[in-house]
Design a protein. Structure first.
Length: 335
């Protein structure tokens, strides 16, 4: 069987997005200026973004939803986008995971209140790589998948899933959540040898490597490259990507780094930053699975991320790839 396309597994979430005028101090008031529902979670965002970008290869889903309105909405959305859901199963007695996303108008900064729901029950037995024709497996968010994050023999259960995917002939990528904890070293590092492409923001990269990247809002370019190379040394097989609002850096297995500045969108273009990191990952994977040079993959990624900023939900701002790339031509790139 010739493998093609991507299988995305992990978090399937409905985001209940609220646009607010300011982030309030405790016991004070903020006004809700608008609200709506959208997709959320690494797996859901990845395949939906790829569908909107215009991926010509098959898109498949694996995960759990509840037997409720949010779960039915996810399945209907996937059907509309022609995403194969034979491994996206309904778990009786569990609620579909959801997140209340509070996005501040103007800054685009967002805060998340998350209900884990059915995602917390996703286990190694829910993945069957004999039932997929995909060439690539994406898993996320690590640290937000309770059973897969459990340690067995010093490794998270997710390591077994990734190893089985690779044994079946798939390449792999992962993304983790920006959790303010010390779990990164014990729960993420042991599975890096099973990962072909790692996506991490500056906060996550600092947690994984110990390198200080962000100094009071100023990114240390040399530290980014050192952290990316450390991730390769820690086991990432092909590419370690570190992204932040200003740029993205990708480090290859041989230690060479490729940089791409982000699109210089004006402040009034930004409606919200939720999903921007996932849009970047989707843009990169769209190019990588089409065997494009990493520099081109990164340009696709930052342009997809820029488009996502135009809407407070994760994916409603995204457009077909050509329209995303046009934003780079329109606004230029940061220096």
């Amino acid at each position: 069987m010739k493998r093609t396309g991507i299988l995305a597994g992990g978090n399937w979430i409905v985001d209940h997005v609220k646009l607010i005028d300011t982030w309030p101090a405790q016991d004070s008031l903020a006004s809700i200026l608008g609200q709506g529902d959208g997709n959320g979670g690494s797996a859901y965002n990845m395949v939906k973004d790829l569908a909107i970008l215009g991926a010509a290869f098959p898109l498949e889903a694996v995960g759990l939803v509840g037997d409720d309105a949010d779960g039915r909405a996810i399945l209907a959305d996937c059907a509309r986008l022609r995403i194969d859901t034979k491994q996206l199963r309904v778990r009786a007695g569990a609620a579909t995971s959801y997140t209340d996303v509070m996005t501040v108008r103007g800054s685009g900064r967002r805060t998340f209140f998350h209900q884990r729901g059915a995602n917390a029950l996703l286990d190694t037995s829910d993945f069957d790589f004999t039932q997929t024709r995909a060439q690539h497996f994406h898993l996320g968010y690590l640290l937000l998948l309770d059973r897969l994050d459990e340690l067995v023999g010093g490794k998270p259960r997710a390591a077994e899933v990734l190893a089985r995917a690779r044994a079946a002939g798939l390449t792999t990528s992962v993304d983790c959540v920006s959790e303010a904890s010390e779990r990164f070293q014990k729960h993420i590092l042991p599975l890096l040898p099973e990962v072909d492409v790692l996506f991490a923001n500056d906060f996550e990269a600092e947690k994984l490597t110990g390198f200080a990247i962000n100094h009071g809002g100023k990114i240390d370019r040399a530290a980014v490259e050192s952290a990316a190379r450390r991730l390769i040394q820690q086991g990432v097989r092909q590419w370690a990507l570190i992204h932040f609002p200003e740029a993205v850096c990708a480090c290859a297995a041989d230690g060479a780094c490729v940089w791409q500045p982000s699109v210089a969108v004006p402040g009034d273009f930004i409606a919200g930053a939720a999903g921007a990191g996932d849009a970047l990952a989707a843009g990169v994977m769209l190019g990588w699975l089409d065997r494009k040079p990493m520099q081109e993959c990164l340009r696709q990624g930052v342009c997809a991320a820029a488009a996502s900023l135009s809407h407070p939900s994760c994916s409603d701002g995204l457009k077909p790839l050509a329209e995303c790339l046009a934003l780079g031509q329109r606004f230029g790139y940061r220096t």
